[in-house]
Design a protein around this ligand. Structure first.
Ligand code: PLP
Length: 464
């Protein structure tokens, strides 16, 4: 056992119920350059609240457009739901530090302690709550790997809302257990493309036998929401409102660190659409934006889907079906199809507009990592810290370990905080590939990326 173990800091820092955040923090309020607004793809004008409310719940539209309110009250019902599985622990990774023999102090915020197994429940309950409050019958959504669909099913069953999930057909077939968890919580799960929607029938007629894509599932979910009275569409990442809800992660982390006077040097998180990372760093980023403190923020993405490190900053479609508004973001193009990377939650072609703006303005960094190295880090972590991490989360572990090893060389005692977004029980096929030495690292060539960039819309000021 490491002698220098810091007796004052417990293995896990938990907040008491009364110390839990009662507001979300909206980082946009402290950004000088606000994230670019969503555009109507037809008129290229900013989407109005009225246009958005055909697809999204009214209160969520307000949150989406609100660049000014610094704090937004968490409704009591949502606070009560949070109490069932929050606060999530902030863990001091003593065992990992010891294993690495690093002078760095490593902490991780663990979001996998709920049945859905990830942070996505933090926004799912908020979105379901506002749908219920509006008197809606239900919500529709898409799910790829299945984490978001699972979280939303849990939230909807709690509130008695109908939940229709379009699940990318290949995941539907390859991840039967995820599908059954959703059905246990009462969701209807349809493999996409399906015969239920016009767009699904069209895609099936054009590409018989296709196993689907996230973009196609989004189009089906949006169509079902807009064609059925009393339904709205909800999305689990990328949007401003989702980052806002996920700020609960950062608020808790900051409160826990403050109790012990711990000031992190760097905060690391994996980035798919950017919601967990955005939520984790939000209150710290606020301090940086206001010039009160300085932190290093690192977004970690797969080398196979490198939207920040190799993408372009432009307006692009959020979905392959091109039915959603245009968002300004770091993107690989909505037609970019990443190679099979086992971190399904990180295979999105774009990035949150908030994080994209902060990255463009130099407030944060991004790194891409290859999946074999990610699984090596995942396994090393599991063996000493016990938790079986999700492949997505393991991207953050990889960079946290890299940084801790740099500290070992330089002797610096940096304090590293990273987001451990979830558990990997449904990803054992990926672990199996890794153990059998069958995992490959595919990095797209510049030509592959160029093909994706071709699909980004051209208009004055965009890609011209
Ligand atoms: C969805 C997911 C992610 C990525 O989504 P973000 O919106 O970038 O946070 C990361 N980790 C897990 C476990 C996920 O389920």
């Amino acid at each position: 056992m490491k002698d220098a173990r810091d007796q004052k800091i417990p293995y896990k820092i938990y907040l008491s119920e009364s110390e839990m955040p009662k507001t979300w923090y909206n980082v946009r309020a402290d950004m000088k350059n606000k994230p670019a607004p969503l555009l109507n793809p037809g008129t290229l004008k900013p989407m109005t609240a009225e246009e958005l409310s055909g697809v999204f719940c009214e209160e969520l539209v307000q949150q989406e457009l609100d660049n000014d309110s610094r704090y937004i009250d968490i409704p009591q019902e949502i606070q009560d739901f949070y109490k069932m599985y929050r606060p999530s622990p902030l863990v001091r990774a003593y065992c990992l530090e010891e294993k690495l023999q690093t002078p760095a102090k490593i902490y991780y915020k663990f979001e996998g302690n709920n049945t859905s197994g990830s942070h996505k429940l933090n926004s799912a309950i908020a979105q379901a709550y506002y749908a219920k409050k509006q008197g809606l019958k239900g919500v529709t959504t898409e799910t790829g790997a299945g984490q978001w669909g699972t979280a939303l099913s849990m939230a909807c069953s709690y509130l008695g809302l109908d939940c229709k999930v379009y699940m990318v057909k290949c995941s539907y077939e390859q991840k039967p257990f995820r599908r059954e968890v959703m059905r246990t919580y009462g969701a209807s799960v349809t493999p996409s493309p399906s015969m239920e929607t016009e767009i699904g029938r069209k895609i099936l007629a054009e590409h018989p036998g296709t196993t689907g894509s996230l973009g196609c599932a989004i189009s089906e979910a949006v169509e079902t929401a807009t064609q059925n009275e009393g339904y709205r569409y909800v999305l689990g990442s990328v949007l401003n409102q989702v980052l806002l809800h996920q700020s609960i992660i950062g608020m808790e982390t900051k409160a826990a660190l403050d109790q012990y006077g711990i000031v992190p040097d760097m905060i690391i998180g994996c980035a798919g659409g950017g919601s967990n990372l955005g939520g984790l760093i939000s209150p710290f980023m606020g301090e940086k934006l206001r010039g009160e403190k300085d932190y290093q923020f690192i977004a970690v993405e797969p080398a196979s889907c490198p939207s920040m490190t190799r993408g372009v900053y432009a307006y692009d479609f959020c979905d392959t079906g091109m039915v959603c508004p245009l968002a300004k973001m770091y993107t690989l193009g909505s037609g970019f199809i990443p190679s099979a990377n086992h971190a399904g939650g990180l295979r999105y072609h774009g990035m949150s507009s908030i994080l994209s703006q902060l990255y463009a303005d130099g407030y944060m960094e991004a790194r891409s990592v290859e999946q074999t190295a990610v699984f090596q880090a995942a396994e090393a972590f599991a063996r000493v810290e016990g938790i079986l991490p999700a492949p997505e989360s393991s991207h953050a572990i990889k960079v946290a370990i890299d940084e801790a090893m740099k500290c070992k060389e330089t002797g610096e005692e940096k304090t590293i905080v990273f987001g451990l977004t979830g558990t990997g029980y449904f990803d054992m096929m990926a672990y199996e590939k890794f153990h059998n030495g069958e995992m490959t690292d595919y990095i797209p060539m510049d030509e592959d990326l160029q093909a994706g960039f071709e699909g980004i819309p051209r208009f004055p000021g965009n890609m011209e």
